[in-house]
Design a protein around this ligand. Structure first.
Ligand code: BGC
Length: 862
């Protein structure tokens, strides 16, 4: 009967150093097996400048409670502890561990005269930008108590103080719509400084800021000169603060990184390394000067998302020769990141690494990369050296190596793959008795990791890696279970909204928008501005965040969508619609079997319904009524346009039936039953092969389960032929693919231009697995009340699923034994579960509501 506080967090931050909220809301999760525990009150103790204040609040809220004290100031540190009280006869928790919170620089004036600076070096603007090294010496006479570095770049940066790396971020500050929101990072650098002489160095690469982006390889989207802005703030023992701002007293140079581009890779010449350049006493007399450039500090923002980091190392599995005799490394897993290389070879000789996802005809397959060169070139120093690139990343499993020196064995000691992505907390864990489904789930996780790289991308390898809105709209429900995406998507959605305001209120197809001028409004992709906030709300229950996202959702409906006289989509509007329908020709992925406007209209109505619901949650009653009425009228218009009087849909395809069933667009109850049975029939006639593209795939399973046809979906999910999820697994996929058959059944690579091996949309089936095999899903937004409703089916005999909810660990674990269904459920304190059993229990009940604790159930199989 234990109870304790497992974690205390602020807003949606994993680490609360350098946050942007002066009055951050506070949440705590519980640990322990205490039964039927609900909170009656909580106490917060906040320590500021050595003084503690306590706040006791009678409330059952334990998620995102308001900051009870005066707002924090820029750079002010506070330490917070929490304890929670139960109702009569129930234990309370003891105090949590203390957790610190500290805002970054909350206003532009806090930058203490720091200005954005660039090098005096003359550069060619319309070419790859060579990374720039910046440095400055300074001394500190006093003993140092603490120090913070606030920094961002016109580009991507790495910083060093006295020869040591600052922090562990990769490609910081990540990618935002920089003209609207440009993130800076905050680091605790106390331990890197010393009393006396010090030096600071910053390297800046072009990154997304000035590098070539999209298949059009457009450069300099945000600016054409690399630079940075920083403020080092040092508090000394005598209470004084010393500031070292970026300004024109810094010097600049070039160094060993000759080129580093997101798509093309990095070229590093070790013979140009500059020994000691970020250490005090370095002779920088031949370095160039720097000068200030205009920079609008009002767009500076503290990050919402966790930083991109090195997350994992992957051992080399195999070295082999390609058909033409080239040396190829195989890491056994399609992943995103880069290589760490330990090598010694002739000074000045160059080793090249070409990264690809698959092999084709015995050679590394570069065709799917399109214009991305994905090649790192390392010119050797002549000594033992260890190297990793800085300002690029690759999506790869295979690496073709040329020029590797004889002196070093090419093996698992000399090359390691470093897996890199946004460092979110994993919250969802799935396992069942079918190993192929487990592998599929692993692949879904790998594709999520590879594409949650500062922004939600379509793919991580070719000349795109862009924030395609339709992809995350399909995948958000799955993503939010597997990782805590709240901060990550919160920041990105701010950019969706800013960019929509510059695109006639329609979210551009990719955010940040680098395809300006290409297309305007499209369903599903544009609907992400409603669907992603709604999915986030289901998981995190954050009304504050929902309110922040409301204006964007509303503007999309009111002004962004191009409508016809009936209020449905304009029939000449551009649409992706059921993109990548498996029956669409490989070279024309938008040529789907379901009418574009049927699909688009269905999503339009669904978005209208979500905005009506969001309005109701936010207590905007007038809007709630208006959108609910719109929904009714649009549904009638939809029926007139797409459904005959007897309930037949204009396209009786898998997507054509799924959408009106799931979004509730039929006129009569009998039409639902009939349409559901026709959907089952056409799937059966299609040998349980998937017939849906982006629009239908993520909803197919949920729809079938809703109409008591889970067994049909099990057959589809377990289908081993193409198109189907397990085909990819059986073809040795280690991620989810863009196409059902990115590798064709004959083993060759799909000839289509869109052939990525790392796209997450197909993985949106994860949500069905979580909600039906593991059986877990929220019933009220934020998991205060959740369902455990396992659909036993297929050949499955057991499953185990865990989710770290805002309240603590939720778990379901079941097995079928001797015709009996046995289930164990763990419910975290301060929440409750509605457990539905597949058959009758001995007490004759099929549904039970239980409070916190571990509960066991047994029922017949129904
Ligand atoms: C991307 C997709 C994206 C699509 C839009 C592709 O190139 O990789 O995932 O949503 O374009 O049509």
């Amino acid at each position: 009967m234990s109870l304790s506080i497992a974690s205390v967090t602020f807003e949606h931050h994993r680490s609360a150093l350098g946050i942007g909220e002066p009055s951050p809301r506070i949440s705590w999760r519980f640990d322990g097996t205490v039964s039927n525990w609900t909170q009656s009150a909580y106490e917060l103790e906040i320590q500021r400048a050595g003084e503690a204040s306590t706040f006791r609040v009678n409330s059952s809220d334990s998620v995102l409670v308001p900051w009870p004290a005066d707002p924090l100031q820029s750079g002010e540190e506070a330490t917070v502890r929490v304890r929670a009280f139960g109702h009569s006869n129930q234990p309370g928790s003891s105090w949590s561990e203390p957790v610190t919170v500290e805002p970054g620089l909350l206003s532009a004036d806090d930058w203490q005269g720091a200005v954005a600076i660039v090098s005096d070096r003359e550069t060619e603007v319309n070419a790859t930008h060579r990374p720039i090294y910046f440095r400055k010496d300074f001394d500190v006479d006093e003993e140092i108590l603490s120090a913070r570095l606030y920094i961002t770049a016109l580009g991507v940066y790495e910083a060093e103080i006295n020869g040591q790396a600052v922090g562990d971020h990769v490609l910081a500050p990540g990618w935002q719509s920089y003209t609207h929101r440009h993130e800076y990072n905050t680091y605790d650098v106390t331990d890197l400084l010393q009393a006396g002489d010090n030096a600071i160095g910053v390297t800046v690469g072009e990154g997304w800021y000035a590098g070539a982006l999209s298949w059009n390889m457009i450069r300099n989207i945000y600016g054409d000169t690399l630079g940075f802005l920083s403020l080092l703030s040092i508090t000394t023992a005598n209470g004084e603060t010393i500031y070292i701002p970026s300004d024109s007293t810094w010097t600049s140079s070039t160094g060993p990184i000759v080129a580093s581009e997101i798509y093309n890779g990095e070229t590093y010449d070790s013979t140009q390394e500059i020994e000691g350049w970020s250490e005090p006493g370095f002779d920088a007399s031949d370095w160039l000067g720097t000068h200030e450039v205009e920079f609008d500090k009002s767009v500076l923002a503290a990050p919402d998302a966790p930083p991109v980091r090195r997350i994992e190392e992957r051992k080399l599995e195999n070295v082999f020769k390609s058909a033409s005799g080239k040396t190829v490394l195989d890491f056994g897993q399609n992943l995103v990141g880069w290589l760490r290389v330990r090598v010694k070879g002739p000074q000045g000789s160059t080793v090249s690494f070409l990264h690809t996802e698959v092999m084709e005809n015995g050679e590394v397959a570069t065709r799917p990369l399109r214009n991305a060169k994905a090649t790192d070139n390392l010119t050797l120093s002549g000594d033992d050296q260890e190297w990793e690139p800085s300002f690029t990343f690759h999506g790869f499993r295979f690496v073709q190596v040329t020029g590797w020196p004889e002196e070093t064995e090419l093996d698992a000691d000399s090359v390691t793959a470093i897996v890199i992505n946004s460092d979110m907390e994993q919250t969802g864990f799935f396992n069942c008795s079918n190993p192929l489904l487990n592998k599929l789930h692993e692949n879904i996780i790998w594709s999520m990791r590879g594409n949650f790289f500062s922004i939600p991308t379509d793919c991580p390898q070719r000349d795109e890696r862009l924030g395609w809105t339709g992809d995350i709209n399909a995948f958000a429900r799955t993503a939010n279970f597997i990782y805590d995406t709240a901060g990550f998507l919160r920041g990105w959605l701010k950019d969706v909204h800013s960019e929509q305001l510059e695109n006639n209120y329609a979210p551009p197809f990719v955010i940040p928008n680098v395809l300006a001028g290409w297309g305007s409004a499209a369903s599903i992709w544009g609907d992400a501005i409603v669907g992603v906030p709604w999915a986030l709300f289901q998981t995190y229950g954050d009304k504050g965040m929902l309110a922040e996202q409301y204006a964007g959702a509303q503007l999309w409906l009111d002004k962004g969508i191009l409508r016809n006289e009936a209020g449905l989509w304009n029939r000449s509007s551009f649409q992706f619609a059921d993109w990548l329908d498996p029956l669409a020709p490989p070279d024309s992925p938008g040529d789907a079997t379901t009418n574009k406007y049927l699909v688009s209209d269905a999503y339009l109505i669904h978005s209208t319904e979500m905005v009506a619901n969001i309005s109701a949650y936010l207590e905007y009653s007038e809007e709630a009524e208006k959108y609910a009425a719109d929904r009714v009228n649009l549904t009638r218009a939809f029926q007139r346009a797409w459904i005959s009087n007897n309930g037949t849909v204009a396209n009786e395809t898998q997507t054509g039936l799924t959408l009106p069933l799931y979004f509730k667009l039929f006129a009569q109850p009998s039409h639902y039953t009939a349409a559901a049975s026709r959907l089952v029939d056409i799937i059966e006639e299609n040998d349980y092969k998937v017939g849906t593209g982006f629009a239908g795939t993520h909803l197919l399973g949920h729809t079938l389960s809703q109409y008591n046809a889970s067994s049909t979906f099990y057959n589809t999910l377990l289908q081993e032929d193409v198109p189907g999820w397990l085909f990819q697994v059986l073809m040795n996929g280690t991620t989810t693919w863009e196409r059902w058959d990115s590798i064709l059944a004959n083993g060759s690579v799909n000839p289509g231009e869109m052939t990525s091996f790392n796209h997450y949309a197909v993985g949106s089936v994860g949500a069905w697995m979580h909600e039906n095999i593991g059986g877990l899903k929220p019933l009220t937004p934020g998991w205060k009340r959740f369902a455990v409703d396992v659909r036993v089916g297929g050949d499955l005999t057991s499953a185990n699923e865990r989710f770290v909810s805002p309240y603590g660990v939720v778990e379901s674990s079941w097995r079928v034994e001797n015709g009996l269904f046995r289930l164990a459920v763990r419910v975290p304190p301060n929440s409750e579960a509605v457990v539905t059993l597949p058959g009758m229990t001995r007490s004759g009940r099929k549904q039970v509501t239980v409070g916190s604790g571990v509960h066991r159930f047994e029922s017949s199989l129904g």
